[in-house]
Design a protein around this ligand. Structure first.
Ligand code: IMP
Length: 449
């Protein structure tokens, strides 16, 4: 009998990012051979605690903190090479050597200086009313260049110096002209800086760049186990999210096909992560947002500040309309409900069960942002609990009201809640059902904060 392998698995956020995916990946990754990023770029932020140290990862798959895992950055990721090198160097300085076990797709696109400049110029020009509230990491402009096809640079292009240099000079000139026309400045863009970054990336990352699609297919053939890490969150998905207040990639398991080159039917365990309440950074509609002292209390108690930008997160009640929608479209098999402990001490806890908009009751998310903005949440209040949850280690030992709250969410979403978070430490994660066998053998390296 061979060793029993876990199902190929994807962990992804069901909200607007920051759901605490890092903690779930950290718990599971020792059971997997390969950890894969398939979307987004350095806009993502996963915080993992290892002993007394905290690591904030933006581009690397979180699972690489576990030193037996091979990390893969797939073709769907947009890679800022300078940010990646800084992350690799920082980890190396802290005793985690990932350079030797990292594979970067030769099809992945590069985020360069002009993308970050454009991100900032365009947000500034849009003003407070029109801006998206991006992370300024150049994500949107890089994906736009990818779709435009004439002004993109991929890792495969890096090693052809003769062709690359004149092409990059042409792109930089075109960008300068376009910035000057649109924003009346060129943002300090300089071809030399871009070329120097590319030369450094070519030199330092050469041995990491390969055909990751073939690598992953071979790995599957050889019985290896793969853990796909979704970045951002499904409500930020470019096709299905609260457009235009979204990021520019496919953020759920549906992004694995294009973003990693692995057919969707290969990945059968789909773990959607949500908090026991809702948060959002950046602009855009948020029906259950609490703009009062209660929202502030959740922010303080849950330490709700962005990993990538440090911005305070907007906080609100759990929204079953959006969560049911994202769980449905991503085919979630399991729900991980984190930060349940943050809600301790409230007399009652709200759950949004539907929206009221323009005289109608809505149970699904409208496409139009202005409709979502006009929507009022229909809130069902459940009794809260006063007990601190951080020492609870089993589902059945949760206070009755906390267990009822979890059961209600399970019923509203229609997906089993297989994990509950009751604190930042790895031991503060309660697991039940099919995920138990995955976590059992795992000896995680840290925990999410
Ligand atoms: P961009 O991805 O930087 O273009 O930003 C677009 C929107 O997505 C903004 O509202 C960001 O705050 C949000 N965003 C992007 N990535 C994340 C994430 O990992 N967590 C939370 N919000 C994110």
């Amino acid at each position: 009998m061979g060793i029993e392998r876990p199902e190929q698995t994807c962990v992804f956020g069901l909200g607007w990012g920051d759901e605490g995916k890092g903690k779930v990946v950290d718990l599971l990754c020792p059971a997997f051979d390969i950890v894969v990023r398939f979307n987004g770029g350095a806009n993502a932020g996963h915080t993992v605690c290892v002993g007394s140290e905290t690591f904030a990862l933006h581009l690397l798959p979180t699972g690489v903190l576990h030193d037996t895992a091979v990390g893969v950055i797939g073709p769907g990721v947009v890679v800022d090479p300078m940010a990646l090198l800084a992350e690799i160097d920082e980890l190396a300085g802290r005793g985690v050597d990932v350079a030797g076990r990292l594979k970067i797709s030769d099809r992945a696109h590069l985020v360069l200086d002009y993308h970050k400049i454009e991100d900032q110029l365009s947000e500034r020009a849009a003003g407070d009313e029109g801006k998206i509230g991006t992370t300024s990491r150049g994500i949107g402009p890089c994906y736009a260049d990818k779709m435009r096809r004439t002004t993109a640079v991929r890792f495969a292009d890096l090693f052809d110096d003769k062709e690359l240099t004149p092409r990059v000079r042409r792109i930089v000139e075109a960008k300068k002209a376009s910035f000057a026309a649109m924003y009346e400045e060129d943002g300090g863009l300089n071809a030399q800086t871009v070329l120097a970054d590319l030369a450094q990336a070519a030199q330092r990352l050469r041995s990491n760049v390969c055909d990751t699609t073939q690598f992953l297919h071979k790995a599957i053939e050889n019985g290896k186990s793969l853990l796909f890490e979704g970045a951002n969150g499904v409500l930020l998905d470019v096709d299905h999210g609260t457009y235009p207040f979204v990021t520019s990639s496919s953020t759920g398991p549906h992004g694995i096909g294009p973003g990693a080159g692995v057919p969707p039917q290969c990945v059968t365990r789909l773990i959607g992560v949500s908090k026991a309440y809702a948060t959002r950074v950046g602009a855009g509609p948020f029906v259950t947002e609490l703009k009062d002292a209660l929202g502030e209390r959740i922010r303080r108690q849950g330490r709700e500040y962005g990993t990538t930008t440090g911005r305070p997160r907007r906080c609100g009640w759990f929204d079953s309309v959006t969560c049911r929608y994202t769980a449905q479209l991503s085919g979630a098999t399991d729900l991980a409900l984190l930060h349940l402990d943050t809600l301790s001490g409230l007399d009652e806890i709200g759950v949004c069960v539907a929206y009221r908009c323009d005289g109608q009751t809505l149970r699904t998310l409208p496409a139009s942002v202005s409709r979502i903005e006009r929507a009022e949440p229909i809130i069902e209040f459940l009794p809260g609990w006063q007990e601190a949850l951080r020492s609870v280690r089993r589902f059945e030992n949760l206070p009755k009201n906390a267990l009822d709250y979890v059961d209600r969410i399970e019923m509203l979403i229609g997906v089993p809640v297989s994990m509950v978070g009751v604190g930042p430490d790895r031991s503060q994660t309660l697991v039940r059902g099919a995920l138990q066998s995955l976590v059992k053998s795992a000896e995680p390296v840290g925990s999410e904060k």
